[in-house]
Design a binder for this molecule. Structure first.
Ligand code: NAI
Length: 472
């Protein structure tokens, strides 16, 4: 039986960092080293201000760091020491070349795999942690075997990560399931058992699912596609609600009571964001095309199309409500992260909205409790184009509170569902007093009690709700 004593994780990002920190926290007899080619990221992991914000992460890292949890840029030495290597590098959508805009860019996976092959001096279990297209493990195996300088045996496992940002630590400590796919060979099954034994240190055995490699790879894409599909479905219904006077919260609640549907992921919003949903669906679309399944590709593509439509629809509502022009008006945007409890802004709806506001020549004041000014500028400017930075600087103001953002604003737009924007936490009377009148509030997250804010004097517009809802 293979017993894992030394783990290397390649990629100290949103997945590699928290996942391996939790392994170290739960398995004191395993040495866990997380490596990255980005020295600033590693320096931050070794500092008192970690590079990512996740509730509960600091406590876990600070407890195990320097004991059995290490962060390093010495990729080669860490690979050599390890029995098991997680590959947790980024797999963004390709920007250029074949499959641009759809296929996953596997360059980082390939380069990490080649590195393992080149420097390994003992057998390794190599685990795909990154989300990858179905059958990537086959390519990794071929690369490992063809480039191994020491003719070493490698086993490949697929162990996709299902954590959600914002609840990553909770999800990792108590996962719905852990999925481990392996080749159905004697060696493959032994490697699978070794990784099962790592997780069962804290995850109940019945929640550790073992499958073949390809099922495991596809399950990750399938799970994200199904989750995003529910959001796009309720968002499509939100448009019907606004046009008919039905209330999307009431519809979602009543549908969710059906035990076949369940209540989760039925919250209408300005659209999903994050680094995964769109990328993984596009990946599935690309795979379907490659497999000559155009109807299947079109079906999943529509989930992304609906998401884009929802963002644009919200912008159109804002402009038309503000008397068909927002030029020189001040719009306060509350929230920039793609969802609450994370500082991650990748594919955040806020980016699309604010870019549209800038194009309409509005003045935009932004407040987010966890996103830095520099990150906001990076997301709003076209890389390498000096003029866009100047233009963006002229039109946006980054604020240190919701009150500062809303001062003298014509409209407040809630984009991220941070708890501090709820109507029992933020003093909306104070916000109202300091705004231009009429004072508009657009709730893209169904976060506030519209009736309460209307009593203060706000003109409130909520996604999926029509002001006349409930009237004859
Ligand atoms: P990330 O971009 O935060 O981190 C990836 C890290 O890998 C970066 O710090 C980068 O410098 C490093 N890296 C790239 N190539 C390397 C190499 N050759 N050697 C060493 N380090 C290297 O990405 P994130 O969000 O952690 O995602 C990683 C994978 O996990 C992706 O495939 C993603 O789809 C998947 N995933 C992400 C989830 C999320 O919520 N962010 C959830 C589940 C899966």
């Amino acid at each position: 039986m293979v017993v894992v004593k030394n783990i290397c994780c390649i990629g100290a990002g949103y997945v590699g960092g928290p996942t391996c920190a939790v392994i170290a926290y739960k398995c004191h007899d395993i040495k866990v080293t997380i490596v990255d080619i980005n020295p600033e990221r590693i320096a931050a992991w070794n500092s008192s201000k970690l590079p990512i914000y996740e509730p509960g992460l600091d406590e876990i890292v600070f407890e195990r760091r320097g004991k059995n949890l290490f962060f390093s840029t010495d990729v080669d030495a860490t690979i050599q020491e390890a029995d098991l290597i997680f590959v947790s590098v980024n797999t963004p959508t390709k920007k250029t070349g074949l499959g641009a805009g759809m296929a996953a860019d596997l360059a980082y996976i390939e380069s990490a795999t080649r590195r393992i092959a080149e420097v390994a001096t003992s057998p390794k279990i190599v685990v795909e942690k990154s989300t990858v297209p179905c059958r990537t493990a086959q390519s990794m195996r071929t690369i490992l075997e063809a480039n191994s300088t020491n003719e070493i045996h490698f086993d490949i496992l697929s162990n996709p990560e299902f954590l959600a940002e914002g609840t990553a630590i909770k999800d990792l400590l108590s996962p719905d399931r852990v999925l481990i796919g392996a080749l159905q060979t004697k060696e493959g099954l032994a490697a699978q058992e070794a990784l099962v034994n790592v997780y069962t240190n804290w995850v109940p055995k019945e929640r550790v699912i073992t499958t073949n490699l390809w099922s495991s790879e596809l399950t990750k894409l399938a799970a994200n596609a199904l989750l995003a599909q529910r959001i796009s479905s309720i968002n499509a219904l939100s448009a019907i609600c606004e046009a008919t006077g039905a209330d999307v919260d009431e519809v979602a609640y009543a549908c969710g009571l059906d035990s076949r549907l369940g209540p989760k992921f039925l919250k209408a919003s300005v659209g999903f964001g994050g680094s995964c949903f769109q990328k993984d669906i596009l990946n599935l679309v690309y795979l379907s095309h490659q497999l000559n399944l155009p109807e299947v590709a079109d079906y999943w593509k529509q989930v992304v199309t609906m998401n884009e439509y929802q963002k644009k629809r919200f912008v159109r509502t804002i402009i038309s409500t503000l008397f068909n022009t927002i030029t020189n008006k001040k719009i306060a945007v509350l929230g920039f992260a793609f969802k609450k409890d994370t500082g991650d802004t990748r594919e955040s709806a806020a980016i699309t909205l604010i870019k549209d506001f800038i194009d309409e020549r509005a003045q935009v004041a932004i407040y987010d409790p966890k996103v830095s000014s520099e990150q906001i500028f990076m997301d709003l400017c076209e890389p390498g184009v000096v003029d866009t930075r100047k233009q963006v600087e002229k039109q946006i103001q980054i604020c240190s509170s919701a009150y500062e953002a809303a001062k003298d604003a014509d409209a407040v737009v809630i984009v991220t569902e941070w708890d501090e924007f709820r109507d029992d936490q933020l003093d909306y009377e104070r916000i109202y007093k300091n705004m231009h009148k009429p004072a508009f509030l657009f709730d893209g997250r169904l976060l506030v009690d519209a009736a309460k804010l209307r009593k203060i004097g706000f003109k409130v517009n909520v996604i999926g709700k029509n002001e006349l809802a409930g009237t004859a």
